[in-house]
Design a protein around this ligand. Sequence first.
Ligand SMILES: *Cc1c(COP(=O)(O)O)cnc(C)c1O
Length: 360
Amino acid sequence: MARVYNFSAGPSMLPEPVLKKAAEEMLDYRGSGQSVMEMSHRSKVFDGIIVEAEALLRTLLNISGNYHVLFLQGGASSQFAMVPLNLMVTKRKCDIVNTGQWSKKAISEAKRYGTVRIVASSEDRNFTYIPDLTGVTFDPDAAYVHITSNNTIFGTRYRTFPDTGAIPLVADMSSNILSEVIDVNQFGLIYAGAQKNIAPAGLTIVIIRKDLVGEPQEITPTMFTYKTHAEGRSLYNTPPCYCVYIAKLVFEWLIDLGGLPAMQKINETKAAMLYDYLDGSKLFRPTVAEPHRSLMNVPFVLSNPGIDEEFLKKSVAAGLVNLKGHRSVGGMRASIFNAMPVDGVKKLVEFMKTFEMEHR
Ligand SMILES: *Cc1c(COP(=O)(O)O)cnc(C)c1O
């Protein structure tokens, strides 16, 4: 069977060269006589993999020695608790920007461990924009300010990040990490579930400034303590070994491509192809306007929702799968993460053009 173009919001596509390389190395990883899946996480071979994965990620994002890179489990959803448990210690307050359902989850989880102030929100217009934070005064007594850099469900993204001064800025970058150039030094902590732009589900990446790694709130489980994993070099317990290996292959793929500047260009090209068509269409309408548009998740609705089902059925037949939108937005959503080839977006636009012709 031919491979499909998968527009799922996650888990999502992985680069084909990465899958091929993984297949090649499946039974015998570089003469070790084993698959990485079977290997002890204490072995020299696996240590080489995790050390290399970290080094490559540091290169890609230009991460300074001032930060730890952690390979954890539990998904971004665990970070909703881990961040407040570890950062709200002497200061038991935080400021959070509410830009959608993932922000809301970060808010409700943080509320269990301290006082949360919602400093800005875009809920009034169903999260179709990123609130302007230029006039916002952040609480100097806040332990951190939390944002969601890309809103997977609503298709919005920050073009610039707020200046929070001495207050550490924390970002959930699950759905756009490694999609464009960023300056890590603007952040105290970045976290991301891997299943959108990095690896299969099961791995969570945390980039944390070293001074933020300390004693957590007393109730914090050992496994939810950053210090545990920073001191243990992400090997305190068994890490998601195979995911770390695939992450390493994805990082190599990105570097071969030309790193994040090159990846960003490709992502901008893909997104422009889709948004340009949507903006000119009479049948389809994008739900987000510039300058708030995501490069990764493109929600759109049909002017006649009565033909949603037909659109989905025909798209699957054309090898374009998982275009159904999230129920809170309706319509469709095309997630075009790093690994979605330009050709996949081309095919989607061609398919939509044909569909529009049929429904004039
Ligand atoms: C997918 C996603 C999450 C949830 O990640 P899990 O790894 O499933 O916990 C959180 N935040 C954002 C922005 C996401 O896109």
